[in-house]
Ligand binder design. Structure first.
Ligand SMILES: Cc1cc2nc3c(=O)[nH]c(=O)nc-3n(C[C@H](O)[C@H](O)[C@H](O)COP(=O)(O)OP(=O)(O)OC[C@H]3O[C@@H](n4cnc5c(N)ncnc54)[C@H](O)[C@@H]3O)c2cc1C
Length: 455
């Protein structure tokens, strides 16, 4: 079988790996000049490790990607530090989550006891001053209920906005969850279904993982692996058209050249697939075009000094409190600045509709808007702390799961014979992530292999 894979993100690479391993020929077409897609990173001069263009980490429960890494024999390069998440309340940041040991004078052995993460979350929540005692009880009981509920199906019939207010209470919702939903989904935050929230509770672990050298180091290794297995990986080669061939197979037009394949897997956004494959049957096309998503804007700063001196990694910000973006992530409070030539790396991130002005403002204009709020994290911050900055924007970054979303999901095997589609929008109820990109792309490759074997 001769297969085209569109996109050398982690999904496309994982699928190419499986196809090559099964003895098939695969060509991966990638529009960008490097592999990695949304998980890609970059390295400034003097850095030993790369930094992801958008903050990235793994959860200990990310079985598909950690399994692939184990299969390839690279598990010894995966690290799982335990960083601190903080929330803004009453003009200050408070730790919401962090190593259990940090509550007990740094006794590191405590972090290894079974269930340390659950105990830690409970204790941190009980200390968070924005919650009253009745809030804490409701938070704890509703959280336990979600953790113990094994399936998500009925949660998709209600919105997270309704469910959380009803069962955790309006105050817990306003303090903890409304800012999170607003930060991810903007104006759509009241429409997101509760299955998405359930999946988040199920999948998240307090320890967060990365790869030695950064995500890009892993992605380059994976690309090297598939190349060594005979996969033809073509960078700077965008696909702009996919057409069925009478009698079977597909024509894929890439970089101005038309090539024939038996099958094709597309891993880009649904909108892009709709444009690439104009002969797609109309029901499927409608499904593709009905999927909603948010874009992402990310300003990365290299600072001379540590910003959060309390060592907070993730700061949940609130636009209602005057912050111009929604997540401030100090990467070097997760990984040591020594990997980055002593620079302190801070992400200022936001999820927005692609029409938002942040998609057209220049980097300097965004800096002018964003930098003043860094002084709310550390009053000693001044703009001359910034030694370098980078701006990344992606129009397709966060799918929005609406009510009964499972009924709106396009199948992996499209109705166009030979064409498969595996994207972030289909990993539901799970939130998008490299783990699920690997899982869904490998599932698509398996389905292609099964179909080939059946003929
Ligand atoms: C802000 C942000 C934070 C995130 N945080 C995390 C996190 O902490 N942990 C985590 O695991 N995941 C995280 N993710 C999600 C993760 O990045 C994605 O789920 C994953 O990378 C998707 O992989 P993919 O291969 O499906 O798609 P993509 O990475 O989008 O890959 C698709 C590829 O297709 C290429 N392409 C596009 N058009 C064409 C064309 N016409 N022809 C050829 N190639 C084309 C693109 O350049 C890209 O390389 C985050 C994402 C964002 C945006």
């Amino acid at each position: 079988m001769n297969v085209a894979v569109v996109g050398a993100g982690v999904g496309g690479l994982a699928a190419a790996y499986d196809l090559a391993r099964a003895g098939h020929r695969a060509v991966v077409f990638e529009a960008a000049d490097q592999v990695g897609g949304l998980a890609a990173g970059f390295k400034a001069p003097g850095w030993e490790w790369s930094v992801e263009q958008y903050y990235h980490h793994w959860f200990a429960s990310d079985r598909a990607i950690l399994g692939l890494i184990a299969e390839l024999g690279w598990s010894d390069r995966v690290l799982f530090p335990w960083p601190i998440t903080a929330a803004f309340h009453d003009g200050r940041f408070f730790a919401l989550d962090g190593p259990l040991s940090s509550l007990f004078g740094g006794a590191a052995w405590m972090d290894r006891i079974p269930g340390a993460g659950t105990i830690e979350r409970g204790l941190y929540t009980f200390r968070f001053p924005a919650l009253t005692w009745p809030d804490r009880v409701r938070y704890g009981l509703a959280g336990l209920y979600l953790t113990l509920t094994p399936s998500w199906e009925r949660f998709e019939q209600t919105t997270a906005h309704e469910w959380l207010q009803r069962w955790m209470g309006k105050h817990v919702y306003q303090v903890l969850w409304e800012p999170l939903l607003v930060s991810k989904f903007g104006a759509h935050y009241q429409q997101v279904n509760m299955a998405w929230f359930w999946a988040r509770v199920k999948a998240r672990t307090p320890r967060l993982g990365t790869f030695q050298g950064g995500f890009q180091a892993f992605l380059e290794l994976l690309a090297g692996q598939v190349r060594s297995m005979g996969v033809d990986l073509r960078l700077r080669t965008p696909v702009d058209r996919i057409d069925p061939v009478p009698g079977g197979g597909l024509h894929v037009r890439a970089g101005g050249e038309q090539l024939a394949f038996d099958k094709c897997l597309v891993t880009t956004s649904p909108g892009l697939l709709a444009r690439m494959a104009p002969s797609m049957p109309s029901d499927y096309l409608r499904q593709l075009l009905s999927l909603r998503s948010m874009g992402a804007v990310n300003l990365i700063l290299a600072l001379r000094h540590q910003l959060s001196e309390q060592g907070f990694y993730w700061h949940n910000l609130m636009k209602s409190a005057g912050f111009p973006f929604l997540a401030l992530v100090e990467h070097t409070n997760f990984l040591s600045p020594r990997y980055f030539g002593g620079d302190h790396i801070v992400y200022c991130g936001d999820y927005l509709e692609p029409e938002h002005e942040y998609f057209s403002l220049s980097k300097d204009e965004l800096m002018q808007r964003f930098l003043p709020s860094l002084a709310r994290v550390n009053p000693r911050f001044t703009p001359d702390w910034v030694c370098e900055s980078w701006l990344f924007r992606a129009a397709y970054a966060q799918p929005i799961p609406l009510l009964n979303h499972s009924r709106a999901l396009p199948a992996l095997r499209t109705p166009l014979p030979g064409l498969w589609f595996a994207s972030m929008s289909q990993v539901y109820p799970w939130d998008r992530g490299t783990n699920y990109a690997v899982e869904i792309a490998r599932r698509a490759a398996r389905s292609m292999l099964d179909e080939a074997a059946a003929h």
